[in-house]
Design a protein around this ligand. Sequence first.
Ligand code: F6P
Length: 510
Amino acid sequence: MTDTAACWTALENTPTATLKELFAADADRVGTYSATLTVEESEVYFDWSKTHLSADLVARFEALAEAAGFDAARETMLGGGMANPTEGRAAEHTAQRGIGADESVAEADAFHMRMRGLVEAIHDGVFGPVKHLIHIGIGGSALGPALAIDALARPTAEWRAPVDVHVVSNIDGNALEAAFEVCDPATTMIAVASKTFTTIETMTNAASAIQWLEESGVPDPYGKVVALTASPDKAVEWGVDETRVLPFSESVGGRYSLWSSIGFPVAIALGWDGFAEFLEGAAAVDRHFADTDGFANLPLRAAFVDLMYVQLRGCQTRAVFAYDERLALFPDYLQQLEMESNGKSVLADGSPLGRQSAPITWGGVGTDAQHAVFQLLHQGTVEVPVDFIAVKQPGHDLDPEHHAILLTNCFAQGAALMAGKESDDGARAYPGNRPSTTILCDKMDPATLGALIAFHEHRTFANAVLLGINPFDQFGVELGKQIANQIAAGGGEGFDPSTEALLAAAGLKD
Ligand code: F6P
């Protein structure tokens, strides 16, 4: 077996052609580099033909995957083994979807049944009329619920979620106050979502929500609270009755926790069947990821593309544009998933990575982004691999013209980035040869969203394995938290002069 260094050298020495040349050389390039994933009754189509991937690069990336022990790493993660050695635990988000060690899957099922019971009790009026749920959490305890609610629970002419969900993450009181403004305290429940049940933003917001209920004259405010956590004892200690604590396993990472009880608001908005479809969509991708090897494994293939741009072509960012308003929060979700997982400069054993870590993930919604940032993508000096995500079926009842213009623009951007345009006037010339991937979903329903998220989780994992990174820890976010806590506790002497001056200017220190 070759070592990974030799594989990287072989990759770095592989000549690459332009996109135009690659298409000219292979009449079936679209067939070779596109693929379809079947998810329940619908399909997700992936087109990587407008990237610089070639047969030579694929062969060498497959060799890298072998040298990096991809198959064994995948088995370890999916089997509930020690996938997160620096924190000394497994990474068992797939067990929430039914794929994992038997005992972990059984535990996840039991926790889901407990959650289902509470969701149905709320829908059945056991807690009186509940019209609003304020979901309080941050990072992985908020980004997933916010995305799923925005994508799947928008009111239409025919349907309205039984409970309006408001996700609040920021410690800035403006965020919580905005939720209070639109909720009636008498018919509002509060979900406190925190894996650790210690995060300062979440606990402060939760205390303010209790105070709001109290001041509004709601009897027994703590009786309106549901806790979603891997630290159930802390939730009980804080004041939540044990019957309304929905636990999940410590081995489910924060940014991978949407499938656990952190998904409670999603089940509240969609009903249990909708949440179960969401899990099943993800499980369909898990099965594909577990059972498919090499280039045919789509998350692994996506990682080949990612690494080609970052490691071989020096791209420092990757952009994701959702050509669908329902997926407007998808780039935000991916930022945490990808940057908190793989934004690391050391290998899993603590030795230096020695190459660029994950790129900066950024993006927005199309077509708005076209009128804001696409100038740089087309004519700037940097190469940015772009992912376009679109959905065939619109989510609205307006004139179909809207959706046709949306999709046409999406495809036109990919075509323009690749083709470019010659002009005698330099200002009007487009270099072209700029890469993009298109992901086209049949529709936006719980199963498809589940599949889309699971695809990106596995893509992130595959990137990590090929680089040798542990994607499941996040020590880089601790230092800022520690300093803030130190200052909040009245301590923290001797900061740098700039920080001291800022603290004094804001009246936070003498
Ligand atoms: O900011 C780091 C982080 O630990 C994330 O990984 C996590 O999703 C978030 O904070 C929230 O943590 P918790 O769910 O424990 O409140």
